[in-house]
Design a protein around this ligand. Structure first.
Ligand code: HSE
Length: 283
């Protein structure tokens, strides 16, 4: 059997929806697992020179966790990564979802989005990335494990401003305060409600909805050059937020073109991806 799994990049939080909201983006990693080929691991694309080839990568580790002692056949795995690593674009979730889907397939189970999501979420720990990676579109992951998926409005046009510098989600969570003042909780609840309307029905509301008082300011404090670009865009009226735990910025193109910040940045314009992972298998 030879199976190819494609898993999208994801942008979590989307401003006020900390740890709940996520968007699937049409920028996909791809792995091919082949049980007929000589067992080895090879990589192409983002991180190809730094990812391990000894089975200690996140996809292989995930496959072992899903197998949970059951034997997986030997296989060759080739990964092609298009999602920038350690930038707040869900590359870890993409790896974990790919591993879950590949392992379920090798074990003879059907990897539906709702079979893959709870496994990926518990292994990787960020349901707001795992949900759109599995289900596509705009997702709301609830703390009880439920996921609600919505189609994004066709005029929602994401622009990713990806800095050269990398971020660590662990560090970006460590700086967050444990308690949120009541006024800030109310602020985020109001803007999160508006954001659902903005993303699904009325993109003209994105500028008003994309505000947060729970995580962005303190995280931008970790990356001053990114904070500078964020503020310049905000001052120009561009709807913008920190993608996931950063340091990528997620902006939305409304009337004006989002400007390129220049040296040290990549600008990507992936569409929103209506579906999550996909799988093609041949025997
Ligand atoms: N909601 C998580 C965070 C996403 O912001 O820390 C991590 O990808």
């Amino acid at each position: 059997m030879r199976s190819t799994v494609r898993v999208p990049a994801t942008s979590a939080n989307i401003g006020p929806g900390f740890d709940c909201f996520g968007l699937a983006l049409d920028l996909c990693n791809e792995i091919t697992v082949d049980i007929h080929a000589e067992p080895k691991i090879t990589w192409g694309g983002e991180g190809e020179d730094e990812l391990p080839v000894d089975g200690s990568d996140l996809i292989s580790e995930t496959m072992r966790r899903v197998a949970d002692g059951r034997a997986l056949p030997a296989f060759a795995m080739h990964g092609v990564n298009r999602v920038p690593l350690a930038r707040g674009l869900g590359s870890s979730s993409a790896a974990v979802v790919a591993g879950v889907v590949a392992a379920l397939t090798l074990l003879g189970s059907e990897p539906t989005p709702m079979a893959a999501f709870p496994l990926a979420s518990s292994i990787e720990g960020h349901p707001d990335n795992a949900a759109p990676a599995c289900c596509g579109g705009f997702t709301i992951a609830l703390p009880d494990g439920a996921v609600h998926r919505f189609d994004a409005h066709p005029d929602v046009r994401p622009v990713l401003l990806v800095p050269e510098l990398r971020g660590s989600t662990v560090e970006a969570r460590a700086v967050l305060p444990d308690l949120v003042p009541r006024a800030d909780a109310v602020f985020n609840a109001a803007h999160a409600a508006l954001m659902v309307r903005a993303l699904t029905d009325d993109p003209g509301l994105l500028g008003d909805a994309l505000q947060d008082r729970m995580h962005q300011d303190v995280r931008l404090g970790l990356v001053p050059p990114v904070a500078e670009v964020f503020r310049a865009l905000r001052d120009d009226g561009v709807p913008v937020c920190v993608s996931g735990s950063g340091p990528t910025l997620l902006a939305f193109e409304t009337r004006a073109t989002v400007p390129d910040p220049g040296d040290g940045w990549r600008v990507l314009r992936p569409a929103i991806r209506a579906r999550g992972f996909d799988l093609v298998s041949e025997t």
